[in-house]
Design a protein around this ligand. Structure first.
Ligand SMILES: [Zn+2]
Length: 242
């Protein structure tokens, strides 16, 4: 299989996993940068992630415009992906979702912070992007390159950001890590709310997060990927970390 074929299969799998793990529902999406054309990325037509087949995946330019529509409709929020790939050359995969447990942390002033070792992948800081700051009252969707670029700047050097009253965005150096971070961002948010109800939380320290990030590699990402593929009923593909 060519690099592009392998990536397209992996992107279908990533959509199914995110649906199975309840990071996305009827809405939300994952994209990947084109392996041979860094000025393009791949994203499904407007369809619920659990329904996505390989032929739904389409190529976009970094302006968020389709290369070849063939009558298929795009996600309105494709500009999130386009702007992140435009601004962050190292990013190879992007997830945007509205997973329920992260939402309270975008609207209350309580910061989402890593409290479990597998959740250190979210990074030290999860900034909040408030669309109202620059764009006033909107329908809350990231519907232009202007909005996408403003959000991508908020992600900055980090891996994730929350969108106030809307959801989150995850950026990563490959599809498997993007899925891993998106799943554990939701897990951390759920656990943090439970822990907050019990008392004061002792979060991971900055040094602990650094050490976990240094020591987490393809072996961990592949182990999770294999497990989630099984649960989603999808082939595992090549195990890079074994
Ligand atoms: Zn959205």
């Amino acid at each position: 299989m060519s690099k592009l074929d392998t990536l397209l299969e992996e992107l279908v799998t990533a959509n199914r996993i995110l649906a199975r793990e309840e990071v996305v529902d009827s809405f939300g999406h994952i994209s990947a940068r084109h392996p041979e054309r860094p000025d393009r990325f791949l994203l499904s037509r407007a369809r619920a992630p659990d329904c996505i087949e390989r032929d739904d995946l389409m190529e976009y330019g970094l302006d968020g415009e389709l290369v070849d529509a063939r009558g298929r409709k795009s996600y309105l929020e494709r500009f999130i992906h386009a702007a992140v790939y435009e601004q962050k050359p190292a990013v190879q995969a992007v997830v945007h979702n509205h997973s329920p447990s992260v939402i309270p942390f975008g609207v209350t002033g309580h910061k989402l912070k890593p409290l479990l070792h597998t959740c250190a992948c979210m990074g030290h800081e999860v900034p909040i992007w408030d669309s109202g700051d620059k764009f006033g009252d909107t329908n809350m969707l990231v519907s232009s390159m202007d909005m996408g670029r403003d959000l991508a700047r908020r992600v900055g050097e980090g891996r994730t950001a929350l969108l106030r009253g809307h959801g989150s965005v995850v950026t990563a150096p490959d599809i498997r890590q993007a899925v891993y971070i998106a799943v554990y961002l939701e897990v951390n948010a759920r656990l943090q709310m439970q822990a907050m109800a019990m008392g004061t939380i002792k979060f991971l320290t900055k040094g602990e997060v650094d050490k976990i990030l240094e020591s987490t590699g393809p072996v961990a990402f592949d182990r999770a990927w294999e497990n989630w593929c099984r649960r989603a009923g999808r082939p595992v593909g090549e195990m890079t970390g074994v």
